[in-house]
Ligand binder design. Structure first.
Ligand SMILES: [Zn+2]
Ligand SMILES: [Zn+2]
Length: 123
């Protein structure tokens, strides 16, 4: 267990507890070792941006975007079109059709179905 090793582990995002486990010592012992040897490293985490999928390194464990521009953009999600079952990429949560054509087609289907059901009632 050297200062360099501990420093490297801390840089990779290991917690005191994780380093302790690695060396078979307590979390407290690691913390004291770091304090004594002035190992002051902010842990860094390797992440993939949820918007552009670029890898990035952050010191914030719950950061999911590489930059502010990406954070402003809503992440795209894959969805299936309600009408044609084609896979589509969208940022809109309420989008269920891949195109206006599919929406119209589905609405017409629905309209026809309602008409048919009504016709049944009238019989
Ligand atoms: Zn990004
Ligand atoms: Zn569609």
């Amino acid at each position: 267990m050297t200062v360099e090793e501990v420093k490297r582990l801390r840089e990779q995002g290991y917690t005191f507890a994780a380093i302790g486990k690695y060396y078979g010592i307590s979390r407290q012992a690691v913390w004291e070792f770091c304090k004594k040897n002035k190992v002051k490293v902010v842990p860094r985490f390797k992440r993939f941006c949820q918007t552009c999928a670029k890898p990035f390194i952050t010191t914030v464990h719950n950061k999911v975007f590489c930059c502010r521009e990406c954070a402003m953009k809503k992440p795209k999600t894959f969805k299936m079109c309600f009408e044609c079952n084609k896979l589509m990429i969208t940022r809109k949560e309420n989008q269920i059709y891949c195109s206006a054509k599919c929406r119209r087609r589905n609405e017409q289907k629905w309209y026809r179905w309602v008409k048919k059901e009504r016709a049944k009632d009238e019989r």
